[in-house]
Design a protein around this ligand. Sequence first.
Ligand code: CA
Length: 752
Amino acid sequence: MSANKIISLVIATAVSLLLVSTVASARETLVSNQQEFKQAVKKLQPGDTVVMANGTWQDFEMVFQGQGTAEQPITLTAQEPGKVQISGKSNLRLAGEYLVVSGLLFKNGYTPTDSVISFRKSKSELANHSRVTNTVIDNFNNPERFETDYWVALYGKHNRFDHNHLEGKRNKGVTMAVRLDSEDSLENHHRIDHNYFGPRPMLGSNGGETLRIGTSHYSLSDSFTLVENNYFDRCDGEVEIISNKSGSNTFRGNVFYESRGTLTLRHGNGNVVENNVFFGNNVDHTGGIRVINKRQTIRNNYLEGLTGYRFGGALVVMNGVPNSPINRYHQVEDAVIENNSWINSDHIQLAAGSDAERTATPVNSQFKRNLVYNETGKDIFTLYDDVSGISFSGNVLNQVKGPQLATGFASEKVKLRRAANGLLYPVDKDLAGVGVSADLSPIDKKATGASWYPKIDKRIRFETGKTIAVKPQAGALEQAVSDAQAGDTLKLAPGQYLVSKILTIDKPLTVSGGKGVQIKFERSTLFEIVDGGSLHLRGLAISGADAPDNVGNSVIRTSRYSMLVNYQVKIENCDITDLDVNKSFNFLSVAKGTMADDITIANSRFSNISGVVLQLDRETDDFGIYNAEYLRISDSSFSDVQGALVDYYRGGTDESTFGPHFYLTGSTLDKVGSKSQHKASMYLHGVQVANIANNTFKHSAPIRVAHTVGEPITKIVKNDFAATPAPVVAELNSSQENTAVILDNQITMTQQ
Ligand code: CA
């Protein structure tokens, strides 16, 4: 053997030994504390696995960095999925190649940075070809409601986020964002699949999107992100469930369940929306797909029971702005909308948003072989402008009399039957090519999310627990409130209750009385609702006569600090009197940074109040934030109220929220508003939906409404105004006449 050959052999042996040793060195390292984790990460080689020990990892900013390979990725995992909980001020950043993270639970904490899981360590160190799977982020919220963060920020390229469970994002900021803010993150080919996007409550402001891909700045770039087979469960944050702001993305096979808002193709061209299923179940503001920009394809989607209107409709095709700046509305061109089924949905809006600025109507677009079925034969199309740039063919309507769009639509009696996949199809075989295909199959909720984490319905429900008897003895009510569990009912025996402490409400609780139950209180408020609390009062007589002789008492108030959890207040058959020991005594006072989902007052009587009944005007920054989504008052009376029945305020001019909503019916206001700050019996500023019907006003200040933005719906009908001025409606940001419907009211200015 020549020397050369020997050398070659030695080299070959060494190389093969090296290969063997590389494979052999793939290690699994169990780490039990932050120091061990950091040490293990420093030494990572392709094929290695870091296993985090079961337990709670507190205040841990994790950096998982390494260079894996396609064949030998580097893995970070839990000793047992779900038994490794990351809490406190914690987050996870990934950087490198071919990394896999699985089995982690983020709970009881929040991120100190701008994201909980980030696919980058710094602006220059990104993660590529990496995956986060089987991981949960549950209510991991900054305690300040309007402090902004993401839960997941995807950077880099070729990353996958799958089978994860994200639930209960309550502070401001997109739940998941695909970031396209540098060259290294464009044309990324990410996959977002089989995730469970659990409930995201109404934020009451812009910034409550569940998924955003891109931003307007990079929106003419392609992202190539695939969003597939995810389940969006009651993602209600704001008007955009998904805000697409880049090109060449695909949204396929997702289910949107009772989610308020729409999948919005806000910016970017050439996106595909196909095989998705929307079940609105007639929940308020449930919407479908909103189309803007060029070359969008909307194909084979099924949309049922969607109630949304205006920009939140079951389908919205927008008008654009001629030569639009990048952040405004680009004209719809070359849209293909085919083989979709809209079933019992309320609104399809074409050329929507047409106004002095948005004058560019859709062009060169097609709407074909769609099934638009409404049981009642209602025509659900609204045409806001010229739609001759959309060609209609082969569509079918159900028994619409004199449809606005006659060409390209057959109106006939359509019989539907629900198939095994849960979707409705025409029975008539001749209609097989119209609407969605027979093989469309909505993803099962169970097939999404982390297999080990349950999807529990955590909606607030009163009267789901025990009933606890309470006697009118000193301290008994205080003790009972403190001891009660979520959903319990305190049943008060007849008698006088003098409450000497503030009753802190930190769970859904019902306090129920009946004849002869009277409550007085000695502190500045009777009830204080804190995070997690909701209050239901029934059959109580509450007097403020024993409250301290100070300015600004209340019967119910929220925490003085920011609250993450939206609350409910429900008042039934109560008598509220003598809130007048000093000035500004309100029934309900709220703090900035708090949000009620629902305030309901029914069959109740309020009298002698020096403040306002409902003070919902603490968001005065005009950022489009407000304090209550729904306020409903029925069959109640209010007399001798110096302030207003309600001061309700939503400032700002952005169009990202559905509310506030206000309903007042069958009620009487007598001498209300004499000292109101707005000289009003009720002041509605920026309220989006107001319906005031069948009420009696006597000797009261006028209703004052200020319209700010978003084509608000105000109806004031069939009321009796005796010795009360007519309602006053102002348009603050429009030179047009106001749009309020004020009809069939009786106004009699009799002698006072
Ligand atoms: Ca938004």
